[in-house]
Design a protein around this ligand. Structure first.
Ligand code: AMP
Ligand code: GLY
Length: 426
């Protein structure tokens, strides 16, 4: 089999690495990829951007690639699945209409309201004075979200009315997020533990993947601004069998059924970002129409089944035949970010030690914002690496990950030193 993976982050490195391990797979192409995918056996980078649909489809046809896996949300929301389907090319990911679950927070909120899926109480605004009038009636903190895609930056938790009014002004009047902020949602603040619950869907069937917990805040102790995610571990400590059954019954199944009923059958990775309250009430914070980043890295490190076969079967409505196998060990990934992330990361630094790290069954260094320049590995984005390790206990996985983090760290890098803390201090 030949497979194309679209994207250039840590998630795509993990996807390409795992696909390449399959004996069914001859070659994995990554468009455009990073320094990690460049160095991976059986994997080749292709300099085509994730949004250049025509060039991607031409490449797939000319190389007789069997199927494509789409990593990031932007091409999915822009309709890559529909484009490929019209050319009879197999592409794992939802259609543009189904990807609206992530592409429009207003769509997903109204969808959840229509189908009785538990989520925070919310109101939609396009008009600044209406939003300000509403804020006068709210308790704080309150959560303000731009409607469209904003690379994880479009959500602000405002602790007081002044901050809330300022944020609403930035989004609606100053157009800080452009079109993505033309509509906003103001929603109640929820407390509890966040869980990333991801399923792979083929249309009629789905398979829950291993659970995980992300660390969205930039700094230790969950402080500082929201980021795309500073580290994740799997499995998430609070999701036992009973809670998983409740998540499937109250969130996943009504979501997939509701989407199908509305003519938007979902195929691909569906990510529900959940808030679990202390008495195990579940609320959906967000949907993503793709695998999580950095959740993919620890999840795929634990996957024992053939990932290429799994993706192939997801494309052929055959997931019901699978009993997916997971490594019983814990996996934990720490994101190494470049100074200035998330607002203004520094690029161009050389990562000097990465060439000297031997391969291992205990850890894997996934690349994200890296590129090769004159045979050196150079920082090319905010989240640079995700150092991911296994362990018999979460503590062991954490120790194994941080031992490697210290070996590969360079000047100009920062990382959280407490990934996994919610599980370890529970
Ligand atoms: P979202 O992109 O909607 O998941 O929001 C990003 C992050 O903001 C989430 O991962 C949560 O940490 C936080 N968040 C979003 N909505 C809420 C909410 N209603 N209550 C508390 N925190 C929230
Ligand atoms: N780690 C959160 C996300 O992938 O959106």
């Amino acid at each position: 089999m030949k497979i194309l993976v679209i994207g250039n982050g840590g998630r795509e490195h993990a996807i390409a690495w795992k696909l390449a391990q399959s004996p069914l797979v001859k070659k994995v192409y990554v468009a455009p990829g990073n320094a990690g995918t460049y160095r991976e056996p059986k994997v080749e980078n292709i300099p085509i951007s994730a949004l250049a649909f025509e060039a991607l489809a031409d490449f797939v046809k000319s190389q007789q690639i069997d199927f494509t896996v789409v990593g990031p949300e932007a091409p999915l929301v822009a309709g890559i699945k529909d484009y490929f389907q019209a050319k009879n090319l197999l592409c794992l990911g939802p259609s543009a209409d189904a990807a609206k679950l992530e592409g429009s927070k207003v769509f997903s909120k109204e969808f959840m309201q229509r189908h009785g899926i538990p989520t925070a109480k919310a109101q939609v605004f396009t008009d600044i004075s209406a939003a300000e009038a509403y804020l006068k009636t709210c308790d704080f903190p309150i959560v303000i979200k731009a409607n469209g895609l904003a690379s994880g930056k479009g959500v602000v938790i405002a602790q007081d009315r002044l901050t809330a009014e300022h944020t609403v002004g930035e989004m609606l009047s100053e157009k800080r997020f452009g079109d993505a902020g033309e509509k906003i949602i103001i929603e109640d603040f929820l407390e509890g533990q966040e869980v990333s619950f991801i399923v792979l869907c083929d249309g009629p069937h789905y398979i829950p993947l291993a659970t995980s917990q992300d660390h969205k805040a930039r700094d230790d102790g969950d402080l500082g601004p929201n980021t795309g995610g500073m580290g994740a571990y799997s499995p998430a400590w609070m999701v036992d069998e009973a809670l998983q059954a409740k998540i499937l019954a109250t969130v996943i199944e009504p979501t997939l059924k509701g989407m199908a009923q509305e003519g938007n059958t979902f195929q691909g990775f569906l990510y529900a970002g959940l808030m679990i309250s202390p008495n195990e009430d579940i609320h959906v914070l967000e949907y993503n129409c793709r695998f999580g980043d950095p959740e993919t890295q620890p999840i795929l490190l634990r996957l024992k089944s053939d990932f290429a076969q799994l993706c192939w079967d997801a494309l052929h409505n055959n997931l019901h035949q699978h009993n997916v196998q997971w490594d019983p060990q814990f996996a934990l990934g720490v994101v190494l970010a470049s100074v200035g992330y998330p607002d203004n990361p520094r690029v161009g630094d050389v990562c000097p030690t990465l060439n000297n790290i031997p391969p291992s069954n205990t850890y894997k260094i996934f690349h994200a914002g890296t590129k090769i320049e004159e045979s050196r590995i150079v920082v090319n984005g905010g989240r640079v690496l995700c150092v991911t390790a296994l362990g018999d206990t979460l503590n062991d996985a954490q120790e194994n990950a941080y031992r490697m983090v210290k070996k590969v760290a360079w000047d100009g890098v920062f990382y959280r030193s407490d990934i996994g803390h919610k599980a370890l201090n529970k």
